[in-house]
Design a protein around this ligand. Structure first.
Ligand SMILES: Cc1cc2nc3c(=O)[nH]c(=O)nc-3n(C[C@H](O)[C@H](O)[C@H](O)COP(=O)(O)OP(=O)(O)OC[C@H]3O[C@@H](n4cnc5c(N)ncnc54)[C@H](O)[C@@H]3O)c2cc1C
Length: 177
């Protein structure tokens, strides 16, 4: 998962996007929650934060998260936590700390849309596989017309499978042409 200038990307987001395009088209609200501390359980994270708070006890809350988060994420998390950034760490209440943990374990995003066709990695739709002879890649309707790759209505998850589709169907079509 990558934070970018426009939102979020990376293989897991690209794969996820193929499942939600239909929901987006139907104007359904899609929420994503990112676990920023996947290797720490809720309780372990609580203990970790308490340790940090002890170290930074007389500092402002805004200056207490440098060991936990990348610099650019700190103001975002502080804003979403609704904890006063200028509050001394030793004044942060248990309830506020719990809210902070909840945020780190479930950082919320509302999906506004995908990046559109020009930036798409793979397209959905195309020539229906039922209209193609899978042994030769020739059209079942038009003799001498062969299909390969992206033009076929096949879309796989990112990670090499789409290239495999293109190469395998291209190889097969080439042999039979
Ligand atoms: C940024 C990006 C990253 C990707 N990363 C991955 C990945 O990590 N793993 C994965 O599996 N897949 C990935 N893909 C998808 C994968 O690249 C495609 O599924 C695959 O290349 C499709 O191959 P293709 O030969 O069917 O089509 P294309 O590679 O699109 O080839 C079609 C060719 O036809 C040419 N052409 C178009 N119109 C005409 C015309 N009228 N006359 C002559 N030539 C024409 C085009 O110029 C192009 O060269 C990625 C795609 C993008 C855009």
């Amino acid at each position: 998962m990558l934070f970018t200038h426009f939102g979020i990307s990376g293989p897991v987001i690209l794969s996820g996007s193929s499942y939600i395009v239909k929901n987006i088209k139907n104007s359904e609200k899609i929420n994503i929650a990112i676990d920023l501390k996947p290797s720490l359980s809720y309780d372990t994270l609580d203990a970790r934060i308490l340790r940090e708070f002890k170290e930074f006890t007389n500092k402002d809350f805004r200056n207490s998260l440098s060991n936990l988060l990348p610099k650019s994420l700190i103001p975002v998390i502080i804003k979403l936590s609704c904890i006063d950034p200028y509050k001394k760490v030793n004044e942060v209440t248990k309830e506020e700390r719990k809210r902070l943990i909840g945020l780190l374990k479930s950082f919320p995003f509302t999906v506004k849309g995908t990046r559109g066709f020009n930036e798409a990695i793979i397209t959905q739709g195309g020539v229906c596989v039922k209209d193609i002879n899978p042994a030769t890649m020739e059209s079942k309707h038009i003799k001498g017309l062969f299909f390969a790759g992206e033009v076929i209505d096949v879309d796989a998850l990112t990670g090499g499978y789409n290239l495999q589709v293109a190469w395998s169907t291209g190889w097969l079509a080439g042999l039979n042409v």
